[in-house]
Design a protein around this ligand. Structure first.
Ligand code: TTP
Ligand code: MG
Ligand code: MG
Length: 487
């Protein structure tokens, strides 16, 4: 625990949804849901306006539509989110050599290693400047937490949301943590929380009061001792620059042991996708794929496979993870699964050949969703026989009307709203799906693309005055054959 709050945690606000609002002026201040838009799709995230209705990440999109029928339902545009993420991570790297990305929209920064004076006023000023810089460079807002430990910095940024900054001065952490739920602590998933609940432990104060011996008895030596330290606000984990990390891994503990083989496989695929997301956020690739399986009896084993060369290709990592799973007997029930990649390198051979487009990623995710449902992947018609598919949210260019995005499609028609990140809210026009004047477009930069508009003082997450109300955008008879799963 440091004597000064020099660990910074940044997390962008409603990241995918805010990026969509910044790109699409007509959606600013409106409920927006990004995720799988098909019947089995899952919500990736929702704008704060949609959260008011109870829409949350990982919720089935069908449920979100019931809660918030007037939101815009959009397919994710990963290319754009990656571009924004790179800009944000670049700003963090300017603050310190020690930056640890956790996902596309989130990272720890060790400000002390960056030479910032270890005083509350100095770190606060750096945090506020960072938020202004992010807004100017991306048009989006991020929230910042500052504390003397990683765990606390993350809790602080969560409290700061949306569009804020919170400092936890060292010495005040026990008082602050006390009334919070144990679920706030890192490493406390549903299973651990349930074990603690049965022992009458709900808050962090109760966890600290239970004492180390009791926690070790309940949770085992490593986990119990670690949790006790966290409950006291003691967290000495250093910020590790991902370029120095030896491996990247993600894992999940399940509330109920998984016995169904298909479900286990689906979870492994999902973890592989999350692992790739982190690998890419760090700009890395890896050579060895590892899976971890903890059984119902807590016996834990790992299996690994080393590839010919380093990769960050989701298809390759998924395949390896599933092959490894075949080597493990899971019939007794699985309590925890993990997927990791080690042997990390900065360069990937495959990069040269396999620049993944949004479309291909969308197809991969669609396949994952089908696998999840146990369905056979649909037979693909050859390119020229397939009708053109326009997913809600994607960029298009019309020969006459210019740049816009698909608001909805169905029954042979596609509705396009013509607007750009730097234009006023635009008008909607409808075309035949086969209209030769309509072509797929590329994501436009969120700032700096248009005539002199002061974007820096006008973040996308704040409601803007809009001259036109969109009529339930993105919701018009969406293609039932389309499906995108949770990342
Ligand atoms: P988060 O930072 O967890 O969420 P958020 O940025 O949307 O909202 P906030 O931080 O303000 O609470 O995740 C970042 C992005 O990752 C999110 O915009 C979409 C994606 N994501 C998923 O695809 N699936 C998920 O289950 C979660 C939690 C996030
Ligand atoms: Mg976020
Ligand atoms: Mg995040």
């Amino acid at each position: 625990m440091r004597p000064a709050p020099t660990i910074l945690h940044l997390d962008m606000d409603a990241f995918y949804a805010s990026a969509e609002q910044a790109a699409k002026p007509s959606l600013r201040g409106k409920p927006v849901v990004v995720g799988g838009i098909g019947p089995r799709g899952v919500v990736a995230t929702a704008s704060y306006e949609a959260r008011v209705f109870g829409v949350r990440s990982a919720m089935p999109t069908a449920q979100a539509r019931r809660l918030c029928p007037n939101a815009a339902y959009l397919s994710p545009r990963f290319t754009l989110y990656r571009q924004v993420s790179e800009t944000v991570m670049g700003l963090l790297h300017a603050l310190s050599p020690l930056v640890e990305p956790l996902s596309l929209d989130e990272a720890f920064v060790d400000l002390e290693a960056g030479g910032v004076a270890p005083e509350t006023a100095a770190v606060r000023a750096v945090g506020e400047q960072l938020r202004r810089d992010i807004r100017a460079a991306t048009g989006l807002t991020g929230s910042v937490g500052l504390a003397g430990a990683k765990m606390l910095a993350k809790i602080a940024s969560e409290q700061a949301k949306p569009d804020g900054l919170v400092v936890i001065p060292p010495g005040t952490e026990r008082e602050l943590l006390g009334p919070m739920s144990v679920r706030t602590l890192p490493g406390v998933g549903p299973a651990t929380a349930e074990t603690l609940r049965r022992a009458g432990i709900h808050t962090i104060a109760e966890t600290a009061e239970a004492g180390e011996a009791e926690l070790v008895r309940l949770l085992g030596k490593a986990h119990g001792a670690g949790l006790y330290a966290m409950a006291l606000g003691q967290d000495d984990r250093p910020v590790v620059a991902e370029r120095d990390a030896k491996s990247i891994s993600v894992e999940d503990t399940f509330e109920v042991d998984l016995t169904d083989r298909t479900r286990v496989r689906t979870e492994v695929l999902r973890l592989a996708d999350r692992c790739v997301q982190r690998l890419r956020a760090a700009g890395r690739s890896g050579r060895t794929v590892v899976i971890k399986v903890r059984n119902y009896d807590f016996s834990t084993l790992t299996r690994s496979e080393t590839l010919r060369g380093p990769t960050d290709d989701p298809a390759v990592i998924r395949e390896a993870a599933v092959r490894l799973l075949e080597l493990v007997d899971t019939t007794g029930g699985v309590r925890l699964l993990g997927v990791g990649v080690s042997g990390l390198a900065d360069f990937t051979q495959e990069d040269l050949f396999a620049q993944l487009t949004t479309e291909r990623e969308a197809e991969e995710l669609a396949r994952a969703a089908e696998e999840r449902a146990g369905a056979e992947p649909a037979e693909e018609a050859p390119e020229e026989e397939r009708p053109r598919r326009w997913h809600p949210g994607v960029d298009v260019i019309h020969d006459e009307y210019g740049a816009g995005w698909v608001q909805g499609s169905g029954l042979g028609r596609v509705t396009v709203r013509f607007e750009t990140p730097w234009s006023a809210p635009g008008r909607v026009r409808t075309f035949a799906v086969e209209d030769p004047a309509l072509r797929p477009g590329e994501p436009l930069p969120l700032v700096g693309g248009g005539p002199a508009v002061d974007q820096s003082s006008d973040p996308a997450i704040l409601p803007k005055s809009v001259s036109e109300v969109p009529e339930s955008p993105g919701d018009a008879a969406s293609d039932p054959g389309e499906e995108i799963s949770r990342r």
